[in-house]
Design a protein around this ligand. Structure first.
Ligand code: NAP
Length: 283
Protein backbone atom coordinates (compact mmCIF):
# COMPACT_ATOMS: atom_id res chain seq x y z
CA UNK A 1 0.00 0.00 0.00
CA UNK A 2 1.22 3.54 -0.74
CA UNK A 3 1.15 5.50 2.55
CA UNK A 4 2.13 9.10 3.30
CA UNK A 5 3.09 9.94 6.90
CA UNK A 6 3.30 13.58 8.00
CA UNK A 7 5.21 14.41 11.18
CA UNK A 8 7.34 11.39 10.28
CA UNK A 9 10.25 12.42 12.56
CA UNK A 10 8.05 12.97 15.63
CA UNK A 11 7.31 10.60 18.52
CA UNK A 12 4.45 8.86 16.73
CA UNK A 13 5.80 9.31 13.20
CA UNK A 14 9.01 7.49 14.11
CA UNK A 15 7.05 4.48 15.41
CA UNK A 16 4.71 4.57 12.41
CA UNK A 17 7.67 4.34 10.02
CA UNK A 18 8.80 1.24 11.89
CA UNK A 19 5.38 -0.46 12.07
CA UNK A 20 4.51 0.29 8.43
CA UNK A 21 7.94 -0.44 6.95
CA UNK A 22 6.50 -3.21 4.74
CA UNK A 23 4.47 -0.61 2.82
CA UNK A 24 5.57 1.92 0.23
CA UNK A 25 6.12 4.89 2.57
CA UNK A 26 6.55 8.59 1.87
CA UNK A 27 7.79 10.14 5.13
CA UNK A 28 7.23 13.92 5.34
CA UNK A 29 8.35 16.42 7.96
CA UNK A 30 10.05 19.78 8.50
CA UNK A 31 12.14 21.32 7.04
CA UNK A 32 11.37 19.91 3.56
CA UNK A 33 7.65 19.56 4.16
CA UNK A 34 6.03 22.54 5.91
CA UNK A 35 2.30 22.43 6.68
CA UNK A 36 2.20 26.25 6.62
CA UNK A 37 3.32 26.27 2.98
CA UNK A 38 0.19 26.75 0.83
CA UNK A 39 1.69 24.35 -1.75
CA UNK A 40 2.51 21.51 0.67
CA UNK A 41 -0.46 19.46 -0.58
CA UNK A 42 1.33 19.08 -3.92
CA UNK A 43 3.95 16.85 -2.28
CA UNK A 44 1.19 14.53 -1.07
CA UNK A 45 -0.59 14.50 -4.43
CA UNK A 46 2.70 13.65 -6.17
CA UNK A 47 3.10 10.55 -3.96
CA UNK A 48 -0.38 9.32 -5.06
CA UNK A 49 -1.02 7.61 -1.69
CA UNK A 50 -3.88 5.28 -0.84
CA UNK A 51 -3.66 6.36 2.82
CA UNK A 52 -2.40 9.60 4.41
CA UNK A 53 -1.57 9.44 8.12
CA UNK A 54 -1.46 13.02 9.31
CA UNK A 55 0.56 13.05 12.55
CA UNK A 56 2.41 16.32 11.88
CA UNK A 57 1.37 19.07 14.27
CA UNK A 58 2.44 22.02 16.38
CA UNK A 59 2.40 20.09 19.67
CA UNK A 60 3.89 22.64 22.11
CA UNK A 61 0.80 23.24 24.27
CA UNK A 62 2.18 26.25 26.18
CA UNK A 63 3.89 27.61 23.05
CA UNK A 64 0.53 27.52 21.25
CA UNK A 65 -0.96 29.66 24.00
CA UNK A 66 1.72 32.29 23.37
CA UNK A 67 1.36 32.05 19.57
CA UNK A 68 -2.16 30.79 18.77
CA UNK A 69 -1.91 32.01 15.15
CA UNK A 70 0.98 29.60 14.48
CA UNK A 71 -0.93 26.73 16.11
CA UNK A 72 -3.95 27.46 13.87
CA UNK A 73 -1.73 27.83 10.79
CA UNK A 74 -0.14 24.40 11.34
CA UNK A 75 -2.92 22.39 13.00
CA UNK A 76 -5.99 23.78 11.21
CA UNK A 77 -4.85 25.35 7.90
CA UNK A 78 -2.14 22.70 7.47
CA UNK A 79 -4.64 19.91 8.12
CA UNK A 80 -7.01 21.40 5.55
CA UNK A 81 -4.19 21.30 2.97
CA UNK A 82 -3.45 17.66 3.80
CA UNK A 83 -7.16 16.75 3.68
CA UNK A 84 -7.70 18.46 0.31
CA UNK A 85 -4.68 16.65 -1.13
CA UNK A 86 -5.93 13.30 0.21
CA UNK A 87 -9.36 13.97 -1.29
CA UNK A 88 -7.81 14.95 -4.63
CA UNK A 89 -6.08 11.58 -5.02
CA UNK A 90 -8.94 9.58 -3.45
CA UNK A 91 -6.82 8.59 -0.44
CA UNK A 92 -8.12 7.75 2.99
CA UNK A 93 -7.09 10.29 5.63
CA UNK A 94 -6.17 9.29 9.17
CA UNK A 95 -5.87 12.46 11.25
CA UNK A 96 -4.30 12.22 14.70
CA UNK A 97 -6.09 14.38 17.25
CA UNK A 98 -6.11 14.84 21.00
CA UNK A 99 -8.01 14.54 24.29
CA UNK A 100 -7.39 18.30 24.65
CA UNK A 101 -10.41 18.95 22.36
CA UNK A 102 -12.48 18.38 25.56
CA UNK A 103 -12.85 20.86 28.42
CA UNK A 104 -12.23 18.24 31.12
CA UNK A 105 -15.36 19.09 33.11
CA UNK A 106 -16.68 15.54 32.58
CA UNK A 107 -16.75 12.82 35.23
CA UNK A 108 -16.95 9.70 33.03
CA UNK A 109 -14.75 8.70 30.08
CA UNK A 110 -15.43 10.83 26.99
CA UNK A 111 -17.03 9.00 24.07
CA UNK A 112 -16.45 10.06 20.46
CA UNK A 113 -19.83 11.84 20.20
CA UNK A 114 -19.35 13.98 23.32
CA UNK A 115 -19.33 17.74 22.76
CA UNK A 116 -15.87 19.21 22.17
CA UNK A 117 -15.01 22.43 23.98
CA UNK A 118 -11.25 23.04 24.05
CA UNK A 119 -9.83 25.20 26.83
CA UNK A 120 -6.44 25.95 25.22
CA UNK A 121 -5.19 27.40 21.93
CA UNK A 122 -3.57 24.04 21.11
CA UNK A 123 -6.84 22.19 21.78
CA UNK A 124 -8.79 24.74 19.72
CA UNK A 125 -6.39 24.39 16.78
CA UNK A 126 -6.56 20.57 16.84
CA UNK A 127 -10.36 20.69 17.16
CA UNK A 128 -10.52 23.01 14.15
CA UNK A 129 -8.19 20.54 12.37
CA UNK A 130 -10.75 17.78 13.01
CA UNK A 131 -13.54 19.90 11.49
CA UNK A 132 -11.46 20.79 8.43
CA UNK A 133 -10.35 17.17 7.92
CA UNK A 134 -13.95 15.97 7.95
CA UNK A 135 -15.20 18.86 5.78
CA UNK A 136 -12.51 18.51 3.09
CA UNK A 137 -12.12 14.73 2.80
CA UNK A 138 -14.94 12.22 2.73
CA UNK A 139 -12.96 9.14 3.72
CA UNK A 140 -11.62 10.19 7.13
CA UNK A 141 -10.71 8.54 10.39
CA UNK A 142 -9.96 10.94 13.25
CA UNK A 143 -7.99 9.17 15.97
CA UNK A 144 -7.96 11.00 19.30
CA UNK A 145 -5.14 9.94 21.57
CA UNK A 146 -3.62 11.34 24.78
CA UNK A 147 -0.53 11.89 26.95
CA UNK A 148 1.74 10.42 24.26
CA UNK A 149 5.34 9.37 24.92
CA UNK A 150 7.83 7.57 22.71
CA UNK A 151 11.51 6.81 22.39
CA UNK A 152 11.99 9.70 19.98
CA UNK A 153 11.80 13.28 21.28
CA UNK A 154 10.95 14.91 24.60
CA UNK A 155 8.08 13.78 26.80
CA UNK A 156 6.83 13.56 30.38
CA UNK A 157 8.40 10.14 31.09
CA UNK A 158 11.86 11.24 30.01
CA UNK A 159 11.53 14.47 31.99
CA UNK A 160 10.54 12.57 35.16
CA UNK A 161 13.46 10.15 34.75
CA UNK A 162 15.88 13.04 34.37
CA UNK A 163 14.45 14.92 37.37
CA UNK A 164 14.44 11.74 39.49
CA UNK A 165 18.16 11.40 38.82
CA UNK A 166 18.89 15.03 39.68
CA UNK A 167 16.53 16.15 42.46
CA UNK A 168 15.88 15.05 46.03
CA UNK A 169 12.10 15.25 45.57
CA UNK A 170 9.58 15.59 42.72
CA UNK A 171 6.36 17.59 42.82
CA UNK A 172 3.71 16.52 40.31
CA UNK A 173 0.11 17.60 39.73
CA UNK A 174 -2.46 15.21 41.13
CA UNK A 175 -5.66 16.88 39.92
CA UNK A 176 -5.45 16.14 36.17
CA UNK A 177 -6.50 12.67 35.04
CA UNK A 178 -5.89 11.12 31.61
CA UNK A 179 -4.62 8.13 29.65
CA UNK A 180 -0.84 7.83 29.16
CA UNK A 181 -0.16 6.27 25.76
CA UNK A 182 3.02 4.63 24.46
CA UNK A 183 3.63 5.78 20.87
CA UNK A 184 4.70 2.26 19.88
CA UNK A 185 1.32 0.85 20.99
CA UNK A 186 -0.60 3.60 19.19
CA UNK A 187 1.44 3.06 16.02
CA UNK A 188 0.75 -0.69 16.24
CA UNK A 189 -3.00 -0.02 16.48
CA UNK A 190 -2.86 2.45 13.56
CA UNK A 191 -1.05 -0.29 11.62
CA UNK A 192 -4.15 -2.47 12.11
CA UNK A 193 -6.59 0.36 11.37
CA UNK A 194 -4.90 1.22 8.05
CA UNK A 195 -6.70 -1.74 6.46
CA UNK A 196 -9.87 -1.47 8.58
CA UNK A 197 -12.86 0.31 7.01
CA UNK A 198 -13.80 2.25 10.18
CA UNK A 199 -14.62 5.96 9.64
CA UNK A 200 -15.44 8.96 11.80
CA UNK A 201 -13.88 9.60 15.20
CA UNK A 202 -12.17 6.89 17.26
CA UNK A 203 -10.54 7.15 20.68
CA UNK A 204 -7.27 5.20 20.98
CA UNK A 205 -5.15 5.32 24.14
CA UNK A 206 -3.53 2.74 26.37
CA UNK A 207 -6.14 1.18 28.66
CA UNK A 208 -6.82 2.60 32.13
CA UNK A 209 -6.20 6.07 33.47
CA UNK A 210 -4.26 7.92 36.15
CA UNK A 211 -3.21 11.37 37.31
CA UNK A 212 0.14 12.87 36.33
CA UNK A 213 1.18 12.22 39.95
CA UNK A 214 0.24 8.53 39.77
CA UNK A 215 2.00 8.29 36.40
CA UNK A 216 5.17 9.89 37.79
CA UNK A 217 5.08 7.65 40.87
CA UNK A 218 5.02 4.55 38.62
CA UNK A 219 7.82 5.94 36.41
CA UNK A 220 10.03 6.56 39.45
CA UNK A 221 9.20 3.15 40.96
CA UNK A 222 10.12 1.32 37.74
CA UNK A 223 13.31 3.35 37.40
CA UNK A 224 14.59 2.19 40.80
CA UNK A 225 15.19 5.78 42.00
CA UNK A 226 14.19 6.34 45.60
CA UNK A 227 12.99 9.93 45.27
CA UNK A 228 9.68 10.87 46.90
CA UNK A 229 6.98 12.11 44.49
CA UNK A 230 4.77 14.69 46.21
CA UNK A 231 1.28 15.55 44.91
CA UNK A 232 0.56 19.19 44.10
CA UNK A 233 -2.40 20.97 42.52
CA UNK A 234 -2.60 22.62 39.10
CA UNK A 235 -2.89 25.96 40.95
CA UNK A 236 0.50 25.27 42.61
CA UNK A 237 2.15 25.13 39.18
CA UNK A 238 0.73 27.83 36.88
CA UNK A 239 1.34 27.22 33.16
CA UNK A 240 0.43 29.44 30.17
CA UNK A 241 -2.12 26.92 28.79
CA UNK A 242 -5.07 25.53 30.75
CA UNK A 243 -5.29 21.71 30.72
CA UNK A 244 -8.48 19.65 31.05
CA UNK A 245 -8.83 18.30 34.61
CA UNK A 246 -10.37 15.05 33.36
CA UNK A 247 -9.65 13.89 29.81
CA UNK A 248 -10.08 10.12 30.01
CA UNK A 249 -11.09 8.78 26.58
CA UNK A 250 -13.51 5.85 26.41
CA UNK A 251 -12.27 2.75 24.58
CA UNK A 252 -15.83 1.49 24.01
CA UNK A 253 -15.91 2.09 20.25
CA UNK A 254 -12.47 0.48 19.82
CA UNK A 255 -13.69 -2.56 21.79
CA UNK A 256 -16.80 -2.80 19.58
CA UNK A 257 -14.43 -3.11 16.62
CA UNK A 258 -12.87 -6.11 18.40
CA UNK A 259 -9.68 -4.19 19.15
CA UNK A 260 -7.95 -3.48 22.46
CA UNK A 261 -4.86 -1.57 23.59
CA UNK A 262 -2.49 -2.77 26.35
CA UNK A 263 -2.78 -1.10 29.78
CA UNK A 264 -0.81 2.10 30.41
CA UNK A 265 1.25 0.29 33.07
CA UNK A 266 2.23 -2.38 30.55
CA UNK A 267 3.09 0.22 27.90
CA UNK A 268 5.24 2.11 30.39
CA UNK A 269 7.14 -1.04 31.42
CA UNK A 270 8.00 -1.85 27.79
CA UNK A 271 9.00 1.78 27.13
CA UNK A 272 11.37 1.75 30.13
CA UNK A 273 12.92 -1.53 28.96
CA UNK A 274 13.43 -0.13 25.45
CA UNK A 275 15.11 3.07 26.68
CA UNK A 276 18.87 3.11 26.10
CA UNK A 277 20.74 2.75 29.43
CA UNK A 278 22.03 6.09 30.75
CA UNK A 279 25.66 6.52 29.75
CA UNK A 280 28.14 6.03 32.58
CA UNK A 281 29.92 9.15 33.80
CA UNK A 282 33.41 9.53 32.35
CA UNK A 283 35.89 9.66 35.27
N1 NAP B 1 2.30 14.46 22.42
C1 NAP B 1 1.12 14.25 23.01
O1 NAP B 1 1.02 14.15 24.24
C2 NAP B 1 -0.11 14.13 22.16
C3 NAP B 1 -1.34 13.87 22.80
C4 NAP B 1 -2.48 13.74 22.02
C5 NAP B 1 -2.42 13.88 20.65
N2 NAP B 1 -1.22 14.16 20.06
C6 NAP B 1 -1.20 14.31 18.60
O2 NAP B 1 -0.52 13.20 18.09
C7 NAP B 1 0.23 13.57 16.92
C8 NAP B 1 1.67 13.13 17.07
O3 NAP B 1 2.19 13.73 18.24
P1 NAP B 1 3.73 13.59 18.63
O4 NAP B 1 3.81 13.56 20.10
O5 NAP B 1 4.35 12.53 17.80
O6 NAP B 1 4.25 15.01 18.14
P2 NAP B 1 5.75 15.46 17.82
O7 NAP B 1 6.72 14.50 18.37
O8 NAP B 1 5.81 16.90 18.20
O9 NAP B 1 5.76 15.32 16.23
C9 NAP B 1 5.11 16.23 15.41
C10 NAP B 1 5.94 16.41 14.18
O10 NAP B 1 5.31 17.42 13.36
C11 NAP B 1 6.34 18.31 12.94
N3 NAP B 1 5.84 19.64 12.61
C12 NAP B 1 5.68 20.72 13.44
N4 NAP B 1 5.32 21.79 12.72
C13 NAP B 1 5.26 21.39 11.42
C14 NAP B 1 5.01 22.07 10.22
N5 NAP B 1 4.75 23.39 10.17
N6 NAP B 1 5.06 21.38 9.05
C15 NAP B 1 5.34 20.05 9.05
N7 NAP B 1 5.62 19.36 10.16
C16 NAP B 1 5.59 20.02 11.35
C17 NAP B 1 7.30 18.35 14.11
O11 NAP B 1 8.54 18.88 13.70
P3 NAP B 1 9.45 19.67 14.80
O12 NAP B 1 9.74 18.67 15.87
O13 NAP B 1 10.64 20.08 13.99
O14 NAP B 1 8.61 20.81 15.28
C18 NAP B 1 7.36 16.90 14.51
O15 NAP B 1 8.31 16.16 13.77
C19 NAP B 1 0.04 15.07 16.77
O16 NAP B 1 -0.97 15.31 15.81
C20 NAP B 1 -0.44 15.53 18.13
O17 NAP B 1 -1.27 16.68 18.04
C21 NAP B 1 -0.07 14.27 20.78
Amino acid sequence: MRIVITGAQGQLGTELRQVLRGHQLTALDLPDFDLTNPDCGGTIVAAAPEVVIHAGAHTDVDGAERNPALAMAVNADGTERVARAAAQVGARLIYISTDYVFDGEGTRPYVETDRTNPVSAYGASKCEGEQRAMACCENVLVIRTAWLYGLQGKNFVKTMLQLAAERPCLKVVADQRGCPTFAEDLAGMIGQLVTHPVRGVLHVTNEGHCTWHEFATEIVRLSGHRVPVDPITTADMPRPAKRPAYSVLSAERLHHLGLRMPSWQDGLKRFMKALPAPSSPVL
